[in-house]
Design a protein around this ligand. Structure first.
Ligand code: B12
Ligand code: SF4
Length: 522
């Protein structure tokens, strides 16, 4: 096999930034899979350069110049940047491959700009491409393994790439690890609701944890598992067998329903320092927070007590909410969130505007059937810069008023101070402050306020929100142009637009292979 020059690009963000939070944290948010792909390609004997783009680098200067094959990992918010990069590399003769959340959510659109678009990715899929990479124009080839891989290279194997990425993190260094894929639960808004739960190899996990103790005085590990702790006892046993108690700081995303007091004791004993449970709503998705049959203020009471209990064991707790769900109406859901903040002042609230990421989740089909999905460019789809599902019970003006109100409450100096006082540990206190005053807290309030102002004064923008036109308002065009900088010139024509109902059409479209087979046999 020919030795290939391969570039692997992990787009942690979509645009240049100077934000304090980005400087401290972006390199810690790198994905595992680009490191895995880079490791597999090296194991196959190729020359590999991996770039983790955190927004602080001069991307154009860092890009490898002479490459045969480029893998890009992108979330949907980085799709336009990925498309521009692909067209730049293709113009120089390279073959391009897209993987990651955007490829899983919008494969049809991505096929217009990449030679290969990958769904589930295992080593066989990568070997197939490496065997004979070819430019595929006008439509890229879609490849997917039948299921999530059952084995992935651990930290030891991908260390070279982990280390290079973490050299960009100045203060705190967090190593990404994975203990499982998929989830046994079926929350209809979630990409993993249709992916069977599968634990990864505990032998690799144990070995990696020991390996990390040799690399850092006190390692920090973030579990990227969609729902950490589904096989709680097995997992804790693996950690306990591998390393002494509380010798590694762990971060994990876990449903509140899995966090009983007994388990919290075990988590504390094993060094868990941050948990990110999703409450999502005061009216639905109660199974995630042990509140199946209680709603409204009763749920606030129960959840805040639960969160306060978690905070007695775990120093940092981020609670996730989705704003604008169909069960939300009037001021109440937002007021309930404020009461929650009063009653659990130590929790850091993370708000997402209801978003339908293409074919990520079964619920998106309902939104598309009801013609409620707006064609906001991908660049804006990061749960904050745009909400692409028309809220059922709010006008846009009312909705943004309420989002601004709850955000101001959450990141008022009073709340920041109360959060600070409610937590004793140094790093969590400091992290909360940085997040509140940086792009996430103050930055979003400013952005939402600008959108709200324009809903009254920028007529083309208002008409776009009301779906009276599909012409993208200049405000957004300029934002994307500024963000992409020199890459804007590489963005292919038409690449700001996409079909918001592509998922629905793909499930309604007749299966051509079956039709052909029927034709042939009949
Ligand atoms: C862990 C996680 C995070 C972590 C780590 C992110 C990271 N860099 O990987 C953190 C907390 C930082 C995070 C942040 C965000 N996240 Co997140 N996150 C997840 C989560 C829970 C698990 C993803 C995961 O690692 N799975 C394990 C891997 C092995 O499986 P996989 O992702 O399916 O990947 C497979 C294939 O896609 C492929 N693949 C993946 N990457 C690549 C790369 C290449 C080059 C190739 C070839 C293949 C490939 O191989 C894998 C094996 O089959 C998912 C939800 C979920 N349940 O999947 C959301 C999810 C991916 N996140 C999401 C979002 C929206 C965000 C944020 C925008 C939230 C926010 N407002 O801040 C940010 C964006 C961060 C960014 N880099 O742009 C969305 C993405 C939707 C989309 N299309 O963009 C998801 C799907 C949740 C949702 N809302 O439905 N997230
Ligand atoms: S939202 Fe969480 S609990 Fe529900 S299916 Fe997704 S990962 Fe599982």
């Amino acid at each position: 096999m020919r030795k290939l020059r391969i570039g692997v690009i992990d787009l942690v963000t979509k645009a240049p930034t100077r934000a304090l939070y980005a400087r401290v944290m972006h390199a810690n948010l790198a994905s595992i899979m680009p490191q895995v792909i880079a490791t597999w390609c090296e194991q196959e004997g190729h020359d590999v350069t991996l770039i983790c783009y955190t927004g602080l680098e001069d991307l154009a200067a860092e890009l490898p110049d002479k490459v045969d094959l480029v893998f890009i990992g992108a979330f949907t918010q980085a799709a336009q940047l990925a498309y521009a990069l692909s067209s730049r590399f293709r113009a120089k003769g390279a073959v391009t491959v897209l993987g990651g959340p955007h490829a899983r959510c919008y494969p049809q659109d991505a096929q217009r700009y990449f030679d290969y678009v990958l769904g589930f990715t295992d080593k066989n899929v990568i070997q197939d491409i490496l065997a004979d990479p070819a430019q595929n124009v006008p439509a890229g080839v879609y490849l997917s393994a039948a299921a999530q891989p059952s084995h992935l290279p651990g930290v030891r194997e991908r260390w070279k790439f982990v280390e290079a990425t973490l050299s960009k993190a100045p203060l705190i260094k967090i190593v990404p690890m994975l203990g499982s894929t998929g989830c046994p639960y079926t929350c209809s808004f979630c990409i993993d609701s249709v992916v069977p739960f599968q634990p990864l190899d505990y032998t690799v996990i144990r070995d990696d944890l020991r390996f990390l103790l040799g690399k850092f005085r006190r390692p920090r590990v973030a579990w990227h598992d969609p729902n950490f702790g589904v096989r709680f006892n097995d997992f804790m046993q693996a950690i306990e067998e591998a390393v002494p108690p509380d010798s590694i700081d762990f971060i994990a995303e876990s449903s509140l329903s899995l966090l009983s007091e007994q388990r919290l004791e075990v988590l504390q004993r094993n060094g868990f320092k941050a948990l990110l449970p999703g409450v999502e709503s005061w009216y639905e998705l109660g199974n995630k927070s042990r509140a199946v049959s209680i709603f409204g203020i009763d749920k606030v009471r129960q959840v805040s007590e639960h969160i306060n209990m978690v905070l007695r064991y775990i120093p940092y707790v981020q609670v996730n909410f989705v704003l604008g769900l169909d069960t939300d109406q009037g001021p109440e859901p937002f007021e309930l969130t404020k009461r929650f903040l009063d009653q659990a002042p130590g929790a850091f609230p993370a708000y997402s505007l209801l978003s339908g990421f293409g074919q990520a989740a079964p619920l998106n089909l309902e939104f598309q059937r009801a013609n409620r999905v707006l064609p906001f460019p991908f660049h804006l789809l990061n749960n904050n810069h745009a909400m692409n599902v028309k809220p059922r019970h709010y006008s846009w003006s009312e909705f943004y008023d309420r989002v601004i109100d709850v955000s101001k409450y959450s990141f008022s100096w009073r709340s920041i101070f109360r959060r600070h006082r409610a937590i004793k540990s140094r790093i969590p206190r400091w992290m909360n402050l940085v997040r509140a005053i940086s792009s996430e807290g103050f930055g979003r309030i400013k952005y939402y306020t600008e959108i709200r102002r324009r809903l009254d004064s920028d007529w083309p923008l208002r008409r776009y929100f009301e779906r009276e036109t599909t012409e993208l308002p200049q405000f957004f065009v300029q934002k994307i142009k500024n963000d992409l900088g020199p890459m804007w010139d590489w963005l292919p024509k038409g690449a700001l637009d996409h079909d918001p109902n592509a998922y629905l059409k793909s499930v309604q479209a007749p299966d051509l292979t079956q039709l052909r087979a029927a034709g042939a046999s009949g």
